[in-house]
Design a protein around this ligand. Structure first.
Ligand SMILES: *Cc1c(COP(=O)(O)O)cnc(C)c1O
Length: 355
């Protein structure tokens, strides 16, 4: 028998989640963000499931070219733009739109072949302070870009640092308006959290990522509570059972000590599969359809689950690590991280199948 671990990816769930984006932002075009291998779901799998979007946003030029070679004719936006000049002719040849976030990238446009026509998203730094032109530099950058014959269109873009928390977006929206002044150009501002919480950010192009995969961008709500369906379910199985006496420990470091006679199920999933090693005892896991908890330290290929109150469970019983029936957000919260990280960390050794 093969090792039982498996990630099941549900294209219908992604299409449903795209529908939730449309319902929230009915007037905006959707650039479905499929960076990081489609948030762990597979680039082409995610692209196929989300083909009703007007375009895709991602980072890697190679992936963008793969989409074009696969026949995708809609918009593709490189979210961090070009990393060096030799990429520019490739970008132009495949009609890929790109972010320009710094002076060096304006300079790279000189590497475009004659006659090139490029769609540019100018990134304005409104307080995230990673990428983008500051308020003082934005007007100059805009003027320079609009003066270049190779630039066919300019869209204004920014990215929110606190759309998922109490600080919100108003302070960055103000900074955005101050930076661009009276310039009237298309806008792309909103990530998943802003799409769900701040309609005033929707503009012309929204950029949903994590919500398309059914995961909530908010700490205080699961995807299901937002009407989303999980696109990835990570399952495995129990491969052995141990009985602990009171005082026995389990796993590396003996981090869990039994306080009573305890049945332990050893599940074929570890950190080399992408499960977080820092998930402590008590992280939720479903075994044979019953919610229980992990015990002790996650190891490379295995983790342990408490079967004491699931007498019917044993070797061969199915395990759900996250997904349908167990929100990835809950597992992530128990491990002190976010669903984004768990989804994108799915390891290449885990087989992925369509639902
Ligand atoms: C990743 C990314 C997004 C999507 O963010 P989510 O929180 O996953 O919706 C949007 N815009 C940019 C620029 C990004 O890098």
């Amino acid at each position: 028998m093969a090792r039982p671990i498996l990630a099941t990816v549900d294209a219908a769930a992604m299409a449903h989640n795209l529908g939730v984006v449309r319902a929230r932002a009915p007037r905006a075009g959707v650039l479905a963000v499929i960076k990081a291998n489609g948030y762990g779901h597979g680039l082409l799998r995610a692209a196929g499931a989300l083909a009703q979007a007007e375009g895709y946003g991602l980072l890697e030029l190679e992936s963008a070219v793969r989409l074009r070679e696969g026949g995708w004719r809609g918009r593709i936006l490189l979210l961090e733009g070009a990393f060096d000049s030799p990429e520019l002719p490739i970008i132009a040849r495949h009609d890929i739109a790109l972010v320009v976030h710094c002076r060096e990238q304006i300079g790279m446009l000189g590497a475009l072949p004659p006659g090139a026509a490029l769609d540019v998203f100018v990134k304005i730094n409104t307080g995230m302070n990673r990428l983008g032109f500051t308020a003082g530099a934005a007007a100059g950058a805009l003027a320079e870009l609009r003066a270049r014959p190779a630039v066919r269109s300019v869209t204004l873009m920014t990215h929110f640092a606190n759309a998922d928390d109490a600080r919100g977006v108003a302070w960055q929206m103000d900074a955005f308006e101050r930076a661009i002044g009276p310039v009237a150009l298309p806008r792309s501002l909103a990530n998943s959290a802003a799409i769900l919480r701040y309609p005033e950010t929707h503009g012309d192009w929204v950029r949903p990522g994590v919500m398309l995969y059914g995961c909530s961008p908010f700490a205080e709500a699961t995807g299901a509570e937002l009407g989303l369906r999980p696109a990835m379910t990570l399952t495995s199985g129990v491969i052995a059972v141990q009985r602990l006496e009171r005082g026995d420990t389990v796993g590396y470091g003996g981090l869990f000590t039994a306080e009573r006679a305890t049945r332990v199920g050893v599940v074929a999933c570890g950190y080399a599969d992408g499960y977080p090693r820092h998930a402590p005892t008590g992280t939720p896991i479903v075994i044979a359809g019953t919610l229980t908890r992990t015990l002790g330290r996650v190891s490379m290929d295995m983790l342990c689950a408490d079967l004491t109150d699931i007498p019917g469970a044993g070797p061969g019983s199915p395990a759900v690590l996250w997904g349908a029936g167990l929100p990835v957000e809950r597992v992530a919260a128990a491990a002190g991280t976010i669903g984004y990280q768990l989804l994108t960390a799915l390891a290449p050794r885990v087989p992925v199948v369509a639902a």
